[in-house]
Design a protein around this ligand. Structure first.
Ligand SMILES: Cc1cc2nc3c(=O)[nH]c(=O)nc-3n(C[C@H](O)[C@H](O)[C@H](O)COP(=O)(O)O)c2cc1C
Length: 148
């Protein structure tokens, strides 16, 4: 769901948001199987710190595209890889849009937790559901309206 343009951002703590621009790439589609499809963006340089964030994804920012709320993971997916590639993966809430090869602006607003190695996919999925709930709560405060 595209967000309404937010009003004054009084509810947002005074922590500077981190922005990442990039083109959405094809991942290995495991996220779709797990029930949370992700848009993957390769990180260049040091990029943002590893962790899981509440944030937004703007599609086609050069042309003022729609902004979606997203739970965003930055890191090496330690549940699956001993030393994986560092990736940014954004799970958009409540929308199914094909973002492959699209330009996006990802804004990381609130750090929720560190990247963790879970015993298996079930535990990871449970935690991602909590991340989505935390992101939804953040978005409600951010826009002044409940999301979803
Ligand atoms: C909100 C969110 C939180 C995540 N947290 C972790 C994590 O703590 N540890 C981890 O190994 N992977 C984490 N991931 C990454 C998943 O392992 C990854 O999205 C999944 O394996 C699908 O990968 P794929 O898109 O390359 O198919 C997270 C992903 C999302 C969207």
């Amino acid at each position: 769901m595209p967000l309404p343009v937010p009003g004054p951002r009084a509810a947002v703590p005074a922590v500077p948001a981190v922005e990442v621009r990039g083109v959405v790439e094809h991942g290995d589609a495991r996220g779709r199987l797990l029930g949370f499809p992700t848009a993957n963006v390769t990180l260049t340089g040091s990029g943002p710190a590893d962790g899981v964030w509440a944030g937004t994804v703007q599609v086609d920012p050069a042309h003022d595209g729609p902004v979606h709320v997203a739970a965003v993971s930055v890191g090496r997916r330690p549940t699956y890889y001993a030393d994986g590639e560092r990736l940014l993966e954004a799970h958009l809430l409540d929308v199914a849009v094909d973002l492959y090869d699209r330009e996006v602006l990802v804004t990381l607003h609130r750090h929720l937790r560190p990247q963790l190695a879970f015993p298996g996919p079930a535990e990871l999925v449970e935690q991602v559901q909590r991340d989505v709930a935390a992101t939804r709560a953040w978005a409600g405060a951010w826009t002044g309206a409940a999301v979803g």
